[in-house]
Design a protein around this ligand. Structure first.
Ligand code: AMP
Length: 279
């Protein structure tokens, strides 16, 4: 497995790749089975898979967990090598933002970036869209794989790719869960034992709420019941919302492709999850 720790090394290799399509799996490292599932999906599409590992400072606000975000580079590389990944790209912050984050030219995907997670994390999706745009320009992939776990992020990236006519096929891969239903996430490591035992409630709730929607209960009623249930179970909900899948706008009576999205704090840890359904 090749390991590129600078943009120039990556570019030198990329210039020689002229035959097989290249797939990119962008990550912030601390890899778990969810990330590895994205890698396997990429490997179904092509033999040339590049995994980027970069904890992107531009998508963290000053009060967020950038400094304590888990970094496990050696273990990540071992897991990727075992899967037969072609290359890991792990650039430095200086390589990615040579003029500093504050001076960085940025990509903003309007409307979708300011709602839901974007409302509570101002600037977050601008940071995400910018780093993904830069990674696309650096790696020049034909395909890129993202997780549905971060559903709003996936839709932001789909819109950016379409709006800017980027020649990259975006694949969204279903959420990988622990046996008890909790969506795998690097941030689950922040949970105490008691919180970890409580956390699977989120997925049970999403499944119950999906049933209600299919039975014809209105989106507003489902949101109210969901928020009340989260609070009752000791979560501090940030939002719980029923939206249409494509653009995450509020549902109209005629919409059939829906997604329930939520973000909630358990102690100091902010957990997100979502469930897609048809009604
Ligand atoms: P992150 O390292 O958290 O930025 O995530 C990198 C990629 O892995 C993103 O496309 C995420 O959506 C995806 N991902 C994270 N957790 C999961 C999961 N449990 N199942 C599927 N994909 C995931």
């Amino acid at each position: 497995m090749l390991v590129f720790s600078s943009l120039s090394e990556l570019r030198g290799w990329r210039a020689q790749q002229t035959t097989n399509p290249i797939a990119l799996v962008p990550t912030m490292g601390n890899l778990h089975q969810g990330h590895l599932q994205l890698v396997k999906r990429a490997q179904q599409a092509t033999s040339q898979v590049v995994v980027s590992i970069f904890v992107n400072p531009m998508q963290f606000a000053a009060n967020e967990d950038l400094d304590r975000y888990p970094r496990t580079f050696a273990e990540d590389c071992a897991a990727l090598e075992a899967l037969g990944v072609t290359a890991v790209f792990a650039p430095t912050v200086e390589d990615v933002y040579p003029r500093g984050v504050a001076n960085q030219t940025s990509v903003t995907v309007p409307e979708i970036s300011d709602i839901l997670c974007g409302a509570s994390r101002p600037g977050h999706f601008r940071g995400v869209a910018t780093i993904v745009c830069k990674l696309f320009n650096m790696v020049q992939p034909d395909i890129a794989v993202f997780g549905q776990k971060d559903y709003q992020q996936l839709q932001v990236i789909r819109l950016m790719t379409a709006d800017l006519s980027m020649p990259v096929d975006i694949i969204g891969e279903p959420t990988e869960r622990a046996d008890d239903g909790l969506a795998l996430s690097s941030r689950n490591g922040y949970l105490s034992t008691a919180e970890r035992a409580q956390a699977p409630f989120i997925y049970l709730l999403l499944q119950d709420l999906a049933k209600l929607l299919k039975q014809g209960v209105s989106a507003g009623e489902v949101e109210q019941r969901g928020l009340a249930a989260l609070t009752e179970q000791g979560f501090r909900p940030d939002y719980l919302s029923v939206r249409r899948q494509q653009d995450l706008q509020p549902v109209a009576a005629t919409d059939t492709e829906l997604v329930i999205l939520l973000a909630a704090y358990l102690g100091n840890t902010r957990l997100i999850d979502n469930l897609c359904l048809q009604r």
